[in-house]
Design a protein around this ligand. Structure first.
Ligand code: EPU
Length: 326
């Protein structure tokens, strides 16, 4: 029997204590390379700034891309056996990694087995590491409608499932048929979407389970009509959202009003800390001018929350996931 995986609560915010200071990461990486198939990628000290759309974040102690599900299982068991905290990275589009980086192991499902998208009838089968936009593109190619809103989501399928990501009135679970998940013990099961409770920007099961792949359902429609809707969503997105590096919306929309409008009403658009700035285009985006640190962005988040609380009595909750150490 293999040891159970690191409990998810311990994975959420790895600390130095979790991964024991003074671990020999090079030796652990070498052991992992021997364990995984030759196509797998294993590196130490991988800068997370390279792997997040905000372009900030220090290094991960150990970074691994398993080649297939067998590798993934071996990897999470290795982490359990060596008491290494781990977390999965999607496309890093909703993630703020602190400047000190991530202690433990960052797993990325970027290899070919995890990024395939194929269409069967009205079903679109996508690996957790596939880009959400690739799902929208496959739907268009096969004349399947209903997934056009995915065009507006910059992340991976796994990230979109975890967040029940949405745009332009659509949400991930509204078009999802079923999802294959790995539980904390490494057992894989397919679950119908209807069985999984979800809410605004949250699928709680995926805080503890790892999504491996998903099946979406479209409805047949004329490709020209689908293409027109995709183009319209894309146009609206580029008109209302900034082009500079960002993590999408920083805050969840509070009940009272959209966070972007609130930031605008508070007169905070354009506020700058170091290389980070609240976008003039959309108040719920923080953009990186290329020189920002995670600390700059966290300071901006802190200022917006403090102003919203003091002047409007509104508690803004970050939508981006904030991980790692200062
Ligand atoms: N608004 C302002 N000022 C601003 C920004 C927005 O007044 O600076 C107003 C808009 O005019 C509009 C309202 O606020 O009346 C809502 O704005 P928008 O249509 O841009 O939508 P949103 O609620 O800000 C949500 C999602 C986005 C998604 C868009 C498009 C959240 C937190 N955000 O934004 O998702 O792309 O709808 O459908 O739910 C993300 O999740 O990262 C994200 C960007």
């Amino acid at each position: 029997m293999s040891a159970p995986l690191t409990p998810p609560a311990a994975r959420e915010a790895p600390t130095l204590r979790d991964s024991r200071p003074g671990r020999d990461w090079e030796a652990l990486a070498a052991a992992l390379r021997r364990l995984l198939s030759p196509r797998a990628v294993v590196r130490t000290g991988e800068p997370m700034a390279r792997r997040t759309t905000l372009r900030v974040g220090g290094p991960a102690d150990l970074y691994a891309e398993p080649a297939d599900e067998a590798d993934l299982l071996a990897l999470v068991r290795f982490c359990a056996d060596h008491a290494l905290p781990w977390r999965v990275l999607g496309r890093g589009s909703n993630l703020l990694v602190r400047d000190g980086g991530v202690r433990g192991v960052v797993i990325c499902l970027a290899q070919s087995d995890f990024v395939t998208v194929r269409v069967q009838g009205a079903e679109i089968h996508a690996g957790a590491g596939a880009r959400v936009k690739a799902v929208a593109a496959a739907a268009l190619q096969h004349g399947l409608a209903g997934l056009e809103f995915l065009e507006g989501i910059p992340g991976s399928v796994g990230g979109a499932l975890r967040m029940n990501a949405g745009a332009f009135g659509g949400s991930t679970f509204a078009v999802l048929e079923r999802v294959r998940v790995m539980d904390p013990q490494g057992a894989v099961r397919e679950r119908p979407a209807a069985e999984l409770p979800v809410s605004y920007r949250n699928c709680p099961l995926l805080a503890t389970h790892l999504a491996l792949s998903a099946v979406f359902r479209g409805r047949p429609d004329a490709p020209a009509a689908i293409r027109a809707r995709l183009a319209e969503f894309s146009r609206r997105r580029w008109q209302t959202q900034p082009r500079e590096p960002s993590a999408g919306c920083i805050f969840k929309n509070p009940a009272a009003l959209p966070a972007g409008r609130l930031v605008e009403e508070l007169g905070l658009k354009g506020t700058r800390v170091g290389g980070a700035r609240i976008s003039e285009v959309h108040g719920n985006f923080i953009v990186n001018d290329g020189t920002a640190t995670a600390r700059d962005i966290l300071e901006l988040i802190h200022r917006v929350r403090a102003e919203a609380r003091a002047r409007r009595g509104i508690e803004l909750e970050p939508e981006v996931e904030i991980v790692g150490e200062d």
